[in-house]
Design a binder for this molecule. Structure first.
Ligand code: SF4
Length: 316
């Protein structure tokens, strides 16, 4: 699979394979042209403990997303296009700046529709002294071939597994093939992890290599959540960490539509899914404490840390 700059000519980087001529300025279904755009680069403290630790994760949020879920909490950047134009060299410098600030890793949030730029930037940053693990924070809706191409670049896969039901995936993300695509991608991630020696933590507990599968429990969809956990268990068992999340927050679109998606998750629904994870035997299990319907996990998208010098610049 071509993941160089020419991949933007008729883009098939993600499972949508929409063929957008991004080099000619045409946006794909993800909303992105061949111009790299990012919305925030900062220390982030709300990921799982092996990712955020004490120091924080060096999170870089990109603009656009191939999945476009109706309940997206990051809709300003994923669907409304907020972000500043940056070069691969600036992106590399952003990674080094995060390292200087004490980040435990470089956490690329929904980045792979820009994979040609991202690959170049990681290479430039490594040459310039980047020593941190690379975390690929993804919706799980990735082509397995792309995961394979990235197996030497990505150290930690922080991947969602959103739905087991094709019907639910079609209704909420217009992606009926999500369950089969996410399963194939996860299988590929696990193969890559095994080839690199499996899960590895540093002495401080920060993850140096591994897979964390995240699942956000949706109100009214406990049965599908349990089916997702069954699938993940069947595919990976205890070779992955499982993170079951309760932070669902209805956005204005969901509030307007009404129904279960207009409300928060109940404690009972969340407990039922956590009990199922326990029953299956997940040992590295992360869960969230405290109430739901809080936007505290969603950072401000105000271009913090995005604008600045390129790698070659001496200005600070
Ligand atoms: S990454 Fe964007 S442009 Fe490329 S195939 Fe996917 S949706 Fe289309």
């Amino acid at each position: 699979m071509d993941i160089g700059p020419s991949a933007y000519a008729r883009c098939e980087l993600c499972p949508r394979r929409c063929g957008a001529r991004r080099l000619e300025g045409m946006p794909g279904l993800c909303g992105a042209t061949a111009t790299l755009r990012a919305a925030r680069s900062a220390l982030h403290h709300w990921e799982e403990p092996p990712i955020s630790g004490e120091g924080g994760s060096g999170a870089i949020f990109f603009s656009g997303c191939p999945l476009r879920c109706v309940f997206c909490q990051n809709h300003e950047i994923s669907q409304e296009g907020f972000g500043l134009e940056v070069s691969a060299s600036r992106l590399a410098r952003m990674m080094l700046e995060l390292q200087e600030r004490g980040a435990l890793n470089i956490n690329l949030v929904t980045a792979l529709h820009f994979v040609p730029h991202v690959r170049e930037a990681i290479g430039l940053a490594r040459e310039a002294g980047l020593a941190l693990p690379i975390v690929c924070n993804t919706s799980g809706y990735e082509r397995p071939e792309l995961v394979d191409e990235l197996s030497d670049l990505v150290d930690v896969w922080l991947t969602d597994f959103k739905y087991a039901s094709p019907g639910l995936a079609a209704r909420l993300s217009a992606a009926r093939d999500y369950p089969e695509v996410a399963a194939a991608a996860l299988r590929q991630m696990l193969g890559a992890l095994r080839a690199h020696g499996g899960r590895r933590l540093a002495e401080d507990g920060s993850m140096q290599a591994g897979i964390i599968v995240r699942h956000l429990v949706l109100p009214g969809e406990v049965a599908d959540s349990c089916a997702v956990l069954d699938l993940v268990w069947e595919l990976c068992g205890n070779e992955v960490d499982l993170s079951v999340m309760n932070q669902y927050t209805p956005n204005s679109r969901c509030l307007a539509k009404g129904g279960d998606l207009a409300r928060a998750l109940t404690d009972e629904e969340y407990e039922e899914v956590l009990d199922h994870a326990d029953d299956l035997g997940f040992e590295q299990l992360w869960w969230q404490q405290g109430g739901t319907v809080s936007e505290s996990f969603v950072p401000a998208f105000d271009a913090t840390g995005v604008d600045g010098p390129d790698l070659g610049d001496t200005r600070r």
